[in-house]
Design a protein around this ligand. Structure first.
Ligand SMILES: NC(=O)c1ccc[n+]([C@@H]2O[C@H](COP(=O)([O-])OP(=O)(O)OC[C@H]3O[C@@H](n4cnc5c(N)ncnc54)[C@H](OP(=O)(O)O)[C@@H]3O)[C@@H](O)[C@H]2O)c1
Length: 322
C-alpha cells in the first residue's frame, strides 16, 4: 500500500472515530432536563451569566418566561450577551447588574440594590467561578478560588436570604465540581498563605467548601422555605480552562479537539443546574449533590457536620457578616 493510501486510510479512520465519539456524547451520554415548568412571574439571579454554563441557564430561564438578573463583573460582556438572549428568547425582561464576586463591597452593593428594588427572588444560581487560576488575591485578600467560587457566593446568599424567604418556596443552586471529592479544608491555612500555592488544590478546596456549606445552609435555615443544593455540570467545553489551556500547536491541533469530543457543550452542562432549580421532584430537598442530573451520595470527605459548622462560622467572619 502506498504511503499516501496509508495516510488517507488512517485519517479517515481517525475522523470516523472522532465523529462517533461526538455522536455518542450528543445522543447517548448526555441527559437533558425534560421538565416544561414555566417561570412567568418568577425572578432568577444567575452569577457569571455572560458566558458558559451560566449563559445557558439564563437562556433557558428566559425562554420559560422568568425575569432574569445577570449578575456579572464585566458590564460590557454582560450587555453583549443580554442582547443575544433577548433576541433568542423573545424575553425582554433580562437585565444586567454588576456583581464582582472578588469584592465584598461589590457583592454588598449588588445585594442592597436587589433587596431594595426587586420585588421577588425565587431562584439564586451561584454559578460564577474560576478554575486553576494563577495565584492572586481578591480585593479583600482572599485566595481567588476560595474568595470567588465559595466565599463570594456564601455572602451573596446570606445577604439575599430574607428576599428568598419572602418568596418561598425558593431555591439556591450552588454550582460546584466533582473535584470536591479530592478536596481538603485546611483550617490552619484556609487562604493558602503559609504553604506553596497550588491552583488545583485551591480549586478542590473551594469546591469542597461549597458542598459543606450547602449542607450547613439547610441546618442554619430549617423551615425557611428556601432550599439549597449542589450541581456538578460535568466536564463542559466553556471558558473555564482559560487559565490552564496549553496553547502550543500540538495542543491546539490534536489534544484540544480530541478532548472536546468527550466534553459537554455549555447547553448540556447547564442541564444539571436547570434540573436542580426547577424539577418539582426536588421540592423540599436540601443539601443534596447532583451530578449529570442524578443525585449522588455526598462523598465521605464532605459529610462532617462539625467541619461544615466551623467553616460556616469562619466564613461569616471573613465575609464580615458578624
Ligand atoms: N466547565 C466545566 O467543565 C466545569 C466543571 C465543573 C464545574 N464547573 C463550574 O461551573 C461554573 C461555571 O463555569 P463555566 O464552565 O461556565 O466557566 P466560564 O465559561 O469560565 O464562566 C465562568 C463565569 O464566571 C464569571 N466570573 C469569574 N470570576 C468572577 C468574579 N470575580 N465575579 C463575577 N463573575 C466572575 C466569568 O465572568 P467573566 O467572563 O467576566 O470572566 C464567567 O461569566 C463554575 O463555578 C465552575 O467551577 C465547570
Amino acid at each position: 500500500m502506498s504511503l499516501m493510501r496509508v495516510i488517507t486510510v488512517g485519517l479517515t479512520g481517525a475522523a470516523g472515530i472522532y465523529g462517533g465519539l461526538v455522536l455518542y456524547r450528543e445522543y447517548f451520554v448526555v441527559a437533558q432536563y425534560k421538565g416544561d415548568e414555566q417561570l412567568f412571574g418568577k425572578t432568577a439571579i444567575i452569577t457569571g451569566a455572560n458566558t458558559g454554563i451560566g449563559k445557558e441557564v439564563a437562556h433557558d430561564f428566559a425562554r420559560r418566561g422568568a425575569r432574569v438578573i445577570m449578575a456579572c463583573r464585566d458590564m460590557k460582556k454582560c450587555e453583549e450577551t443580554r442582547e443575544k438572549l433577548v433576541a433568542d428568547s423573545f424575553n425582554t425582561n433580562i437585565v444586567c447588574r454588576e456583581c464582582d464576586l472578588a469584592s465584598i463591597e461589590s457583592i454588598k452593593t449588588f445585594a442592597d440594590e436587589i433587596n431594595k428594588n426587586e420585588k421577588y427572588v425565587h431562584l439564586l444560581i451561584n454559578n460564577a467561578g474560576v478554575m486553576w487560576h494563577p495565584s492572586k488575591l481578591t480585593k479583600d485578600g482572599f485566595e481567588q478560588h476560595l474568595g470567588v467560587n465559595y466565599l463570594g457566593h456564601f455572602l451573596l446568599t446570606n445577604l439575599l436570604m430574607e428576599k428568598l424567604r419572602t418568596c418561598s418556596p425558593s431555591r439556591v443552586v450552588n454550582v460546584t465540581s466533582s473535584m470536591y471529592k479530592r478536596g481538603v479544608i485546611d483550617f490552619d491555612d484556609l487562604n493558602m498563605s503559609k504553604k506553596q500555592f497550588n491552583a488545583k488544590i485551591a480549586y478542590e478546596q473551594a469546591a469542597l467548601a461549597i458542598v459543606l456549606a450547602t449542607q450547613e445552609f439547610c441546618r442554619q435555615y430549617p423551615g425557611s422555605g428556601v432550599v439549597a443544593n449542589c450541581a456538578h455540570p460535568g466536564i463542559t467545553r466553556t471558558e473555564i480552562a482559560r487559565h490552564t489551556i496549553d496553547k502550543s500547536f500540538i495542543s491546539r491541533i490534536i489534544v484540544g479537539p480530541l478532548l472536546k469530543a468527550f466534553m459537554k457543550t455549555p447547553m448540556q452542562g447547564a442541564q444539571a443546574v436547570i434540573q436542580c432549580a426547577l424539577d418539582p421532584k426536588l421540592d423540599g430537598q436540601c443539601g443534596k449533590y447532583f451530578s449529570d442530573m442524578k443525585e449522588e451520595p455526598i462523598a465521605p470527605n464532605a459529610t462532617d457536620a462539625k467541619e461544615a459548622k466551623r467553616l460556616w462560622l469562619i466564613s461569616q467572619r471573613w465575609a464580615r457578616l458578624v
